[in-house]
Design a protein around this ligand. Structure first.
Ligand SMILES: Cc1cc2nc3c(=O)[nH]c(=O)nc-3n(C[C@H](O)[C@H](O)[C@H](O)COP(=O)(O)OP(=O)(O)OC[C@H]3O[C@@H](n4cnc5c(N)ncnc54)[C@H](O)[C@@H]3O)c2cc1C
Length: 297
C-alpha cells in the first residue's frame, strides 16, 4: 500500500483495493476526509470493526483515512469537570482508572467486558462510539452519562449530545465528512454509586442485554438516578420510566423491582434469529435488577 492517496499495485489481498491516506494533524485529517468522503472515504481508527468487514468485502471503502499517526488525537485528559477522550485512545487505556473517583472505577469495570485483550489493545473508545453497535459498552456509557461528542469537519467543529447522536443501528448524527475527534464524559461526584451488569453466553461476546445505572444518596433516598440499557434496542438509551421508579425512594428490593419492571415495559427489543424480543425483554428485567443490586452493594 502506498501513501499519498495513490492506488496500490494489486498483490492478491483480502479487502477490495483502496487508497490509503496517513495524515499527521487533525487539520490534515479533516481536509483529507472532506476530499475523499464523497468518494466513499472512511476513517480508520483501531480497525477492529472496519478491517474484518473489509476482509470479507462487506465494506469496500475506496479511501481510508488512517488517523493513528495524528498525535493530538491520543489525548486523554481531565479538563474542568470533564474527562476528554481523544479519537486514538484505545480501550485498554481504561483497564486502570484514568480519572479519580467513581468515573475512573466505572470505566475500568466496564472495559473488561469489551471483546478480548488484543482487540482492547487496538480498538478505540471513539471508534466504538462512531461505529455505534447496539451492544457497544462505550455507547452505553455515553448514553447513561449524557456524553458530548465533538465532531470536526473542514469548516469547524460542533458538539453533539449523546441523546441526539445515536440514530439507528450503527447509524449516528456524524456526517460522512466529519471526524469524531473527542468524547467528553462528566466526572462523577465522590458519592455516586454505579452498577453494571452484562449478559452474554461467552465472555468477550457482544452483550445480548446489559444495564448501567448510577445514582446518589440524599438523606438515604435515591437521587439523580440514571438507568440505561444496551444490546436491547437499536441503540443504547436512558429509560426515563425506570429512573422515575427509583427517584426519591430508599434503595431497597421493592424500588429495584419497580425500576426493573418499568424498564422491561418501556423497551422495544430487537428480535433476531438467536434472541427473540420476548427473551430480551425478560433479560432487561434481570440486568436492571442486578445492576441496581451491584450499585447498592
Ligand atoms: C472478535 C471481536 C469482538 C468484539 N467484541 C466487542 C464487544 O464485546 N463490545 C464492543 O463494544 N466492541 C466489540 N468489538 C468491536 C471493537 O470494540 C472495535 O474496536 C470498535 O467497535 C471500533 O473501534 P475501532 O477503533 O476498532 O474502529 P474502526 O474499526 O477503525 O472503525 C469502525 C467504524 O467507525 C468509524 N470511525 C472510527 N473512528 C472514527 C472517528 N474518530 N471519527 C469518525 N468515524 C470513525 C470508521 O470509519 C468505521 O466505519 C469486537 C470486535 C471483534 C473483532
Amino acid at each position: 500500500m502506498r501513501n499519498g492517496g495513490r492506488p496500490m499495485l494489486p498483490p492478491p489481498m483480502k479487502p477490495a483495493p483502496f487508497h490509503y491516506h496517513a495524515p499527521k494533524t487533525i487539520e490534515e485529517a479533516v481536509a483529507t476526509l472532506a476530499r475523499v468522503a464523497p468518494d466513499d472515504g472512511r476513517v480508520l481508527a483501531g480497525g477492529q470493526s472496519l478491517v474484518p468487514t473489509m476482509a470479507f468485502r462487506l465494506a469496500r471503502p475506496r479511501h481510508l483515512v488512517d488517523i493513528n499517526g495524528v498525535a493530538a488525537l491520543a489525548r486523554l485528559a481531565v479538563e474542568g469537570e470533564k474527562l476528554c477522550i481523544g479519537a486514538c485512545v484505545r480501550h485498554a487505556a481504561f483497564e486502570r482508572p484514568v480519572a479519580k473517583g467513581p468515573l475512573g472505577e466505572l470505566l475500568t469495570e466496564v472495559v473488561h467486558h469489551i471483546a478480548h485483550r488484543p482487540i482492547r489493545a487496538r480498538g478505540t473508545f471513539c471508534g466504538s462510539i462512531a461505529h455505534a453497535d447496539p451492544a457497544s459498552e462505550w455507547c452505553l456509557v455515553a448514553a447513561v452519562l449524557d456524553a458530548e461528542m465533538v465532531a470536526r469537519r473542514a469548516r469547524g467543529e460542533h458538539v453533539i449530545a449523546a441523546k441526539d447522536f445515536f440514530d439507528a443501528i450503527m447509524t449516528t448524527a456524524l456526517e460522512d465528512n466529519e471526524l469524531l475527534t473527542e468524547v467528553r464524559l462528566p466526572l462523577l461526584s465522590a458519592d455516586t454509586r454505579f452498577g453494571f451488569y452484562e449478559f452474554n453466553r461467552r465472555a468477550g461476546d457482544f452483550a445480548i442485554a446489559m444495564a448501567l445505572v448510577t445514582y446518589r444518596l440524599k438523606d438515604s433516598k435515591i437521587a439523580e438516578p440514571r438507568v440505561a440499557l444496551g444490546g436491547v434496542e437499536a441503540f443504547p438509551r436512558r429509560i426515563a420510566n425506570a429512573e422515575a421508579a427509583l427517584d426519591g425512594r430508599a434503595p431497597n428490593a421493592d424500588a429495584f423491582a419497580a425500576a426493573a419492571d418499568a424498564a422491561a415495559k418501556a423497551v422495544d427489543p430487537l428480535d433476531d434469529a438467536l434472541n427473540t424480543a420476548d427473551y430480551r425483554r425478560g433479560l432487561v428485567r434481570t440486568v436492571v435488577l442486578r445492576a441496581l443490586e451491584r450499585a447498592a452493594a
